[in-house]
Structure formats: structure tokens, C-alpha cells
Design a protein. Structure first.
Length: 179
């Protein structure tokens, strides 16, 4: 029930997946919105909130990776072609790597603000991992964070489309067992 089985995802895996998905979609939408809003005083508040939620996503992803390591994924459907199996593994690996890299780039960016952001939504302190960088270096991290977030969004879209393909075209239980 709580742990993964050979055929289903456990409740903890499902919770980590859907909480993470909600956090990521919120961060992507909020990040796009706040970078396109007119500069005004509350803009800094938005950056602070965005960074705080990003810290919490990073913690959730570490927990998710540890849980996944201790709870192997359910078996893939037997009718998958070799290229589909490879796409599943590379897609999931890409999602995990990009989420971590985007989060780390965001952490660096948050640390290099005029007033470094170091607290998550619950008030826990995160260490300053970079400080005292020149504006050009900060801009490089900020732009990298943004570009990688767009790449992550594209990979997420592919992930969603693949899940829908499994459900509606291949008519297997890949989507159902995560819901």
C-alpha cells in the first residue's frame, strides 16, 4: 500500500510525484509571470516566495530520489518496444537531473540577490552556497535557470503526452497506476 509493488506505485511514491508536479507547475507558471511583470516593489516579494518554494522542491526531490532508490519502480508493460523502454528511462532520468539542476541554479541565483534569499516556505534556513559574484556571473546563473526551466517544461510536456498515449492509444495501465 505505502511501498511500490511489482505492478503499482505505492501511496508515498504517488504523493511525492503529485506534490512535486504541483510545485513544479506552480514554479514554472510563477517564474514566467514574475519575470514578465512590470518592475514594482512587490516584485522582490515574488522572487523571495519563488525561491522559498524552490528550496522546498529541492528537499522533496532529494526525498523522492531516496524513496525511489529504496523502492524500485513497478515493472513496465510487457508490450513496450526497446526504444520505448529506453525513452522511459532517459525521460525519467532527464526529469530528475533537470529538476535538480534547475533548483541548484535557482539556489545560486537566490543567494546572489542584493539581499540573499535563504529561507524556505517553512522558515528553515538554507546555506548561502555562492556570494559576492559580479553582476555578469549572477546574470549567467539567472539566465541558465530560466533556459533550463523551459527545457524542463518541454520534457514535462513530453512526459504528460507519453502518459496520455499509454492511456488512450496503447490502453495500458501506466497512467492509472500513478493515479
Amino acid at each position: 500500500m505505502f511501498r511500490n509493488s511489482e505492478i503499482n506505485w505505492g501511496l508515498i511514491s504517488k504523493a511525492l510525484h503529485w506534490i512535486g508536479a504541483l510545485m513544479i507547475l506552480t514554479l514554472l507558471a510563477h517564474g514566467w509571470w514574475m519575470t514578465h511583470m512590470v518592475a514594482r516593489p512587490e516584485r522582490l516579494t515574488n522572487y523571495t516566495w519563488h525561491s522559498a518554494l524552490g528550496f522546498d522542491l529541492l528537499v522533496l526531490m532529494v526525498l523522492r530520489i531516496l524513496w525511489r532508490w529504496m523502492n524500485p519502480a513497478p515493472a513496465l508493460p510487457g508490450d513496450l518496444k526497446p526504444w520505448e523502454r529506453m525513452a522511459v528511462h532517459l525521460g525519467h532520468l532527464g526529469l530528475y537531473v533537470l529538476i535538480i539542476v534547475v533548483s541548484l541554479a535557482g539556489w545560486v541565483t537566490a543567494n546572489t540577490m542584493r539581499t540573499p534569499v535563504t529561507k524556505d516556505l517553512f522558515g528553515f534556513d538554507f546555506p548561502v552556497i555562492v556570494s559576492g559574484v559580479e553582476r555578469s556571473v549572477r546574470s549567467l546563473f539567472e539566465e541558465s535557470h530560466m533556459i533550463l526551466a523551459y527545457v524542463l517544461a518541454a520534457l514535462i510536456l513530453g512526459h504528460v503526452l507519453a502518459a496520455l498515449r499509454h492511456h488512450f492509444v496503447k490502453k495500458n495501465d501506466v497512467l492509472r497506476r500513478m493515479i
